[in-house]
Design a binder for this molecule. Structure first.
Ligand code: NDP
Ligand code: GDR
Length: 328
């Protein structure tokens, strides 16, 4: 039975990846931080077979302890401070977790591997935010990086550190440059979920309006369930590598609002959405759209869920959740 260790187990991707690996017959271990993490219960409910280890990406010895017990064949480093807007206010913490945390994860793998440095396969959750002020459209593995936030800068560090460990030690280390991926499990701070929750609440008369930031930014949004499959495929290759995962389509926040409101029968949302500078960023990433040709050709990976289906899935899920709550 292959064994996997996942950091960021309580996050959106951690849950989807756990489900995927368990279905494939893996023994799955997860690193969870904090003495009383409020999401522990959620993990135990969704994926009860996952073995949890206390640990933190800023604490190398805690990662080594988890490695010693799990003795994994594959390590997926999904843990991060992942909210871009927060990263300006907490740049140092973001650097420590999202940046230096990758070094700790790589070191834990290297030290635990002993002499056989190719034994454990490593996945790093890199991001399209590394492209920032984009130097090429669409963006691919070779596009020049130009991050626009402390989060983006920290991810660039983690990306190059992963490549460096591959080149220095011959480790099987891969970097997945993933474009935005969403789901009903997406954190409420991110724009798609903020919109799906807000639209659901407005449609049920529980909320009057939605307060947003920049409506003109464009993103390449896919479904998280499709993207974790791509992560796994990267680690099944004979060698580590860098791969973009994206849909190749881009949509603005306005289009997101169009589809979400239309799903609950509202065609004109202009009076229901306000803009507030509080939600604008010091530097914006205006346009992201990825070219996933390499993943398609080498990994045989393709996203299955399109933009409209994704947004409708999220709105439907939030409407059902709120209705359930009202019925109780
Ligand atoms: P989430 O924000 O949902 O999850 C982040 C996870 O990191 C949580 O489990 C969180 O734990 C954990 N974490 C935070 N700080 C630490 C720490 N100090 N030590 C250990 N774990 C920590 O992110 P996603 O699931 O959406 O994303 C997974 C990864 O992929 C992240 O690295 C993200 O930056 C990256 N990524 C995501 C994309 C997306 O569109 N979703 C696109 C590209 C990259 P806790 O619950 O305790 O806070
Ligand atoms: P992003 O995701 O920054 O792309 O990072 P987010 O959903 O936070 O923002 C997307 C775009 O929407 C605009 N926006 C708003 N965003 C939020 N959160 N709230 C608002 O009210 C709002 N109004 C407009 C933003 O300005 C931005 O342009 C996500 C994270 O998952 C990262 O961890 C990951 O690396 C990248 O995706 C790829």
């Amino acid at each position: 039975m292959p064994r996997a260790l996942i950091t960021g187990i309580t996050g959106q991707d951690g849950l989807y990846l756990s489900e995927l690996l368990l279905a494939k017959g893996y023994e799955v271990h997860g690193v969870i931080r904090g003495q009383n993490n409020p999401k522990r219960e959620l993990v135990q409910q969704v994926v009860p077979d996952v073995v949890l280890h206390n640990g933190d990406l800023t604490d190398l010895s805690s990662l080594l302890r988890a490695m010693a017990v799990a003795d994994p064949d594959e390590v997926y480093n999904l843990g991060a401070v992942s909210f871009v807007a927060y990263s300006w206010e907490n740049a140092r913490v973001t650097t420590e977790v999202t940046g230096n945390g990758v070094l700790n994860a790589l070191e834990a793998v290297r030290l635990h591997s002993g002499r056989d440095l190719g034994r454990i396969r490593f996945y790093q959750a890199s991001s399209s935010e590394m492209f920032g002020k984009v130097q090429e459209v669409p963006q691919r593995e070779t596009t020049l990086l130009w991050p626009r936030s402390p989060y983006g800068v920290a991810k660039v560090y983690g990306h190059y550190m992963t490549i460096n460990y591959r080149e220095s030690y011959g480790m099987h280390a891969s970097s997945g440059i993933l474009f935005n991926h969403e789901s009903p499990r997406r954190g409420p701070e991110f724009v798609t979920r903020k919109v799906s929750m807000g639209v659901a609440a407005i449609s049920l008369g529980l909320q009057e309006s939605l307060t947003m930031g920049n409506l003109d930014a464009q993103r390449d949004w896919g479904f998280a369930g499709d993207y974790v499959e791509g992560m796994w495929r990267m680690l099944q290759q004979p060698e580590g590598g860098d791969y973009v995962l994206s849909t190749g389509e881009t949509h603005s926040i306005r289009e997101l609002l169009d589809v979400a409101f239309a799903r609950v029968g509202i065609d004109d949302w202009s009076g229901l959405v306000e803009q507030d500078p509080r939600f604008m960023r010091p530097a914006e990433v205006d346009l992201l759209v990825g070219d996933a040709s390499k993943a398609r050709e080498v990994l045989g990976w393709e996203p299955k869920v399109g933009f409209r289906e994704l947004v409708e899935m999220m709105v439907d899920s939030d409407v059902a959740r709120l209705r359930d709550g009202l019925a109780r």
